[in-house]
Design a binder for this molecule. Structure first.
Ligand code: ADP
Ligand code: MG
Length: 783
C-alpha cells in the first residue's frame, strides 16, 4: 500500500482516526473506506431549494435546509437561585411553512450565526411545543454565501461549491455533515484501483469509470452527473451479485451427484395410478423437468413457484418417490410444526400400504415415512432417527429438527424445502450437507410468487419453474373489506355469514394478529417462524397507521384500549372467548397458535380436518400450506396488521374445495383518501392501510400482490434471507424498477464467468465481488 493513498478495502481508522472510525462503525456498521463510500446520500439539496417543512413528522430525526426569518431572545420564568435566563427562538421557513429552532444555551454563539435571511442546514428530532413544530438544539450548518459562520462550520463554505448538497442517512449522534466531512477526507486520497467492470460492458452501456462514479455520487456537479454515477454503481451491484451467483451455479453443476432416474413399476408409478385426480398440464410439465433433472449426474437446484393451491405438494411427493425407487432417501423440510404434521398425514394417507414398510399389510416395495419435529417424544424420535440412519425411512418429514446433527441419513438423495421464504440459504445448505457426497438434488417450493428479477437475485442460484394454473374445479375466492369502525353492521353480517356456512356443513377460520395474554410467555408465534422478517410477515410496529383511540367494534369483541390510547391488536384467546359467548355461540370453536403444545396443535388440526371443529380461531400458523378443503370462510381481524402477500397466503386456505371461498378482511383503518399517498406514490409505505386491503380484495393474482408488497419494502429487506453479509450489498439497485439492468447484467456476468469460472483473468472483478458482498462472498466461496 502506498503511503498517502487510500484504498477501498482498508479500515476507516487509518484515514479518519479511531474516534470517528469507531463512531461510524458503531452507528452505521461502516468499517472500511468502501463501506463509507457506499453510505450513499439519501438525497441532495439543490441550492435555493428549501425543504418542505410541512412534510416533517413528529419524532423523526431530520436534516432540513431552511432560511432564517426571525431571531428572538425570550426570557424564561425566573427560578430561585438561577439568575436571569432566556431561550433563543429562531423561526426558519421554506417560504411556506415555518419551523422553530429553540436553544437554551450558547445563545450568543447562535445569535452570531443565525441571522435573518441566511440559509442553513439544521438537524434534530422534530417535537411539538404548544402545537408548533420545533427542533430543540438542532445541529446547525450555515451554507456558503451566508454571513459570518466562523464559529460553526469554517470549512463547509468551501466544500459545497457545487449546486448539489448531499444529505446522508444520519442519526442524532452523527450528523449528515460530519459524514460528508469523513467522505471528503477519504475521497481526497482515494485510489479506487482497477475498474472491476469489464471494459466491453462499460463501453456498450456508456458507463462512468468506477473512480469517477464514486466521486460523482458524493459530489455531483448537477443532477445528470449524479444520475450517471448512480447508473454505474447500480451496474456494479447487479454485476457483482450475478457474477457471484453464476460462479455458484457453475460450481454446483460441476460437482457430481448420484443420478436418481425413474424406475418403472415402482412406488412412484403406483402412486400416480392411485391419484384421485388428473394432474394439471403444468404439474405434468414441471414433473417431467424434475424427473429429467433427477436422472442427471449433477445436482438439480430448482425453485418451484406456484399460486396458493396450485398443487405443488403432489409434485414434490412424486419427485421424492422417484428418488426412493432409485434407492435413495428424500427429506421434506417444512417451516412449521403444523405443516410438517399435515404433510406427514397427507403423505402417509396418499401412500397407504406403500408407506408401511415393515408393517403388516405393507405393499411389497413399500417405504417408511419418518416424522421429526421438536415435539416428537423421545422414544418415537429414537425410532425415527434409526429408520433415517438405516434407510428404512425413504421419506423423512420435519421442521428445523431435521437440521440437527444427530439426524443422519443412509443416502440422502433429494432435499425438498416447502415454503422457502421461511428459510435462509444457510438452512438449505445445512440440510444439503447431510448427504454423503454433499450433493443431493434440491427442490425449493414457494407459494409467495416473486417477480423474475427478484427470483434471479434472491434465488439466483436456482432454476425456476412456475405453476400458473389451478387444478380444475377450484372455486373462486371472493374477498371483501369489512370496515368495522364506520360500518359496524357489516361485521355483524360477517358473523352471520360464518354461521350460514357452518349450517351448510362448511367450516371457517378466524385469524387474529396476536395470541393473547398468558403470563410469562411471548405473545407471538416466533417459535414457529424462524425467518420473521422475510416475505409477508406482520408489518413492523413502526408501520402501523394511526388508529382511532377508542374502539367499540360491534359484534361484542372486547375492546382493549392500551394505556397510550392505542388499542392492542386483537388476540386469538380474547376473540375466541367473545365469539363463543356471543356471535358464534353454539358452534364448535377451536384455537390454534404457536404457543400451544405441539401435540395439542396436532390434535386441533386433526379435529378441524375431520370436521369436528366448525370455526378455528388462529394466528398465522395457518398461513402456509394448511389444507382443509371443507373450510370456506375466513374472517381476518385487524387485517391491516398483515402484509399484502400474507393476506393472499391466508385466504388461500379457503376455496380449496368445490364450494366457493369467502375472505372477509375486517379493519378499523380509515378509508383511503383520494390524492394522499397512493400505491404508486413516491415514498414506500405511503399507501394507506385501507388501500392495501382494497388491493388484496381486488385481485387474486399473487404475482401482482407480491410486486405491491415488494414496492413497499427496502431492497435489503427483500434480500433478507439471501444475505449473509453484515450489510446489504444492494444499496442502489431496485429489484423491480431495475429489471432490465439486472437481466442484462445477469447475461453479461454469466458469460464472463462461463468463459473464466475462477475469474483468473479478472482479478479486479474477483476482488470487487468479495468487497461488495462481504461475508456473503466467503459463504459463496465455501460451497
Ligand atoms: P400448494 O401449491 O398450495 O401447496 P397443494 O399441493 O397443497 O397446493 O394442493 C392443494 C390441494 O389441491 C390439495 O388438496 C391437493 O390434493 C389438491 N390437488 C393438487 N393437484 C390437483 C389436481 N391436479 N387436481 C385436483 N386437485 C389437486
Ligand atoms: Mg403447499
Amino acid at each position: 500500500m502506498l503511503p498517502g493513498v487510500t484504498t477501498l478495502r482498508e479500515p476507516l481508522q487509518r484515514s479518519l482516526g479511531p474516534k470517528t472510525a469507531n463512531k461510524l462503525e458503531e452507528i452505521f456498521g461502516l468499517r472500511t473506506v468502501g463501506d463509507l463510500l457506499r453510505h450513499y446520500p439519501r438525497r441532495y439539496y439543490t441550492r435555493g431549494e428549501l425543504t418542505d417543512l410541512s412534510s416533517l413528522r413528529e419524532g423523526d430525526h431530520v436534516t432540513v435546509l431552511a432560511r432564517v426569518v426571525t431571531v428572538a431572545e425570550i426570557p424564561l420564568p425566573p427560578m430561585p437561585g438561577k439568575g436571569r435566563r432566556s431561550r433563543l427562538e429562531v423561526v426558519v421557513t421554506d417560504d411556506r411553512a415555518k419551523l422553530i429552532l429553540t436553544f437554551f444555551s450558547g445563545l450568543q454563539r447562535y445569535r452570531h450565526v443565525l441571522k435573518p435571511h441566511v440559509v442553513g442546514m439544521f438537524a434534530g428530532t422534530v417535537s411539538s411545543f404548544r402545537g408548533r413544530r420545533q427542533l430543540v438544539h438542532p445541529e446547525c450548518e450555515m451554507l456558503p454565501g451566508a454571513p459570518p459562520n466562523a464559529d460553526l462550520a469554517p470549512e463547509l463554505a468551501a466544500e459545497f461549491a457545487t449546486e448539489m448538497i448531499p444529505v446522508y442517512p444520519a442519526s442524532a449522534k452523527c450528523s449528515s455533515w460530519s459524514i460528508a466531512r469523513s467522505v471528503k477526507i477519504v475521497l481526497e486520497s482515494l485510489d479506487a484501483g482497477t475498474d472491476p467492470l469489464p471494459a466491453e460492458v462499460r463501453e456498450r452501456e456508456g458507463l462512468y469509470d468506477r473512480a469517477v462514479a464514486i466521486r460523482a455520487i458524493h459530489r455531483p456537479l448537477d443532477p445528470a452527473d449524479r444520475d450517471q454515477a448512480k447508473k454505474r454503481l447500480k451496474w456494479d451491484e447487479a454485476f457483482m451479485l450475478q457474477a457471484a451467483l453464476a460462479q455458484r451455479r457453475l460450481a454446483a453443476a460441476a460437482l457430481p451427484a448420484m443420478p436418481r432416474p425413474h424406475i418403472a413399476d415402482g412406488i412412484a408409478d403406483e402412486f400416480d395410478a392411485r391419484l384421485p385426480f388428473t394432474l394439471t398440464k403444468g404439474q405434468v410439465e414441471v414433473g417431467e423437468t424434475i424427473a429429467g433433472e433427477l436422472s442427471c449426474a449433477y445436482p438439480m437446484h430448482r425453485l418451484l413457484q406456484g399460486e396458493v393451491g396450485s398443487g405443488k405438494t403432489v409434485i414434490a411427493i412424486r419427485a421424492m418417490l422417484q428418488v426412493v425407487d432409485a434407492g435413495g432417501q428424500a427429506a421434506l423440510l417444512a417451516p412449521t410444526e403444523v405443516l410438517a404434521q399435515q404433510h406427514y398425514r397427507s403423505i402417509t394417507d396418499m401412500l397407504g400400504p406403500l408407506a408401511r414398510r415393515g408393517q403388516l399389510g405393507a405393499a411389497e416395495h413399500a417405504t417408511g415415512v419418518a416424522l421429526l419435529t421438536g415435539s416428537v417424544g423421545a422414544a418415537a424420535r429414537r425410532a425415527a432417527l434409526a429408520d433415517v440412519l438405516t434407510g428404512d425411512a425413504g421419506i423423512v418429514i420435519g421442521t428445523h429438527a431435521l437440521l440437527e446433527e444427530q439426524v443422519q441419513f443412509a443416502d440422502l438423495g433429494l432435499v425438498v424445502i416447502d415454503e422457502q421464504h421461511r428459510f435462509g440459504v444457510e438452512q438449505r445448505d445445512a440440510l444439503r450437507a447431510k448427504a454423503a457426497d454433499n450433493r443431493p438434488h434440491v427442490l425449493v417450493m414457494t407459494a409467495t410468487p416473486i417477480p423474475r428479477t427478484v427470483a434471479m437475485t434472491v434465488y439466483g442460484d436456482l432454476e425456476t419453474s412456475t405453476l400458473t394454473e389451478l387444478p380444475a374445479g377450484r372455486s373462486a375466492i371472493a374477498t371483501h373489506v369489512v370496515p368495522a369502525a364506520d360500518k359496524p353492521r357489516y361485521l355483524e353480517r360477517a358473523w352471520e355469514r360464518v354461521r350460514e356456512e357452518v349450517s351448510r356443513g362448511q367450516q371457517a377460520y378466524v385469524v387474529c394478529p396476536r395470541i393473547g395474554d398468558v403470563p410469562g410467555t411471548p405473545d407471538s408465534d416466533d417459535a414457529d417462524y424462524p425467518g420473521e422478517d422475510d416475505f409477508g410477515t406482520v408489518l413492523a410496529r413502526g408501520d402501523d397507521p394511526p388508529r382511532p383511540p377508542r374502539w367499540d367494534m360491534a359484534g361484542g369483541i372486547p375492546r382493549g384500549v392500551a394505556a397510550g390510547g392505542r388499542r392492542q391488536p386483537l388476540a386469538v384467546l380474547d376473540v375466541a372467548a367473545t365469539l363463543d359467548a356471543g356471535q358464534l355461540a353454539g358452534l364448535r370453536l377451536g384455537i390454534l397458535h404457536g404457543r400451544l403444545h405441539p401435540e395439542e396443535k396436532d390434535r386441533v388440526m386433526r379435529e378441524f380436518s375431520a370436521g369436528q371443529i366448525d370455526v378455528l380461531v388462529a394466528t398465522t400458523v395457518i398461513e402456509v400450506g394448511v389444507d382443509v378443503p371443507n373450510a370456506t370462510v375466513m374472517v381476518v381481524m385487524d387485517a391491516e396488521r398483515f402484509g399484502v402477500s400474507q393476506l393472499h397466503q391466508l385466504r388461500g386456505r379457503v376455496g380449496r374445495g368445490t364450494a366457493p371461498g369467502l375472505c372477509l378482511l375486517v379493519t378499523e383503518a380509515p378509508p383511503a383518501m383520494p390524492g394522499r399517498g397512493g400505491l404508486g406514490g413516491a415514498s414506500p409505505g405511503a399507501s394507506s392501510a385501507r388501500e392495501r386491503l382494497d388491493a388484496v380484495a381486488a385481485t387474486l393474482d399473487g404475482f401482482k400482490l407480491s410486486r405491491l408488497d415488494l414496492e413497499q419494502r427496502r431492497e435489503g429487506d427483500v434480500l433478507g434471507a439471501a444475505q449473509a453479509g453484515r450489510q446489504s450489498s444492494l444499496k442502489l439497485l431496485q429489484l423491480l424498477k431495475d429489471e432490465d439492468l439486472i437481466r442484462q447484467a445477469r447475461q453479461d456476468a454469466t458469460a464472463v464467468v462461463s468463459a473464466d469460472p475462477k475469474l483468473a483473468a479478472h482479478p479486479a472483478l474477483r476482488e470487487a465481488i468479495d468487497e461488495l458482498l462481504g461475508v456473503q462472498a466467503e459463504y459463496l466461496d465455501k460451497t
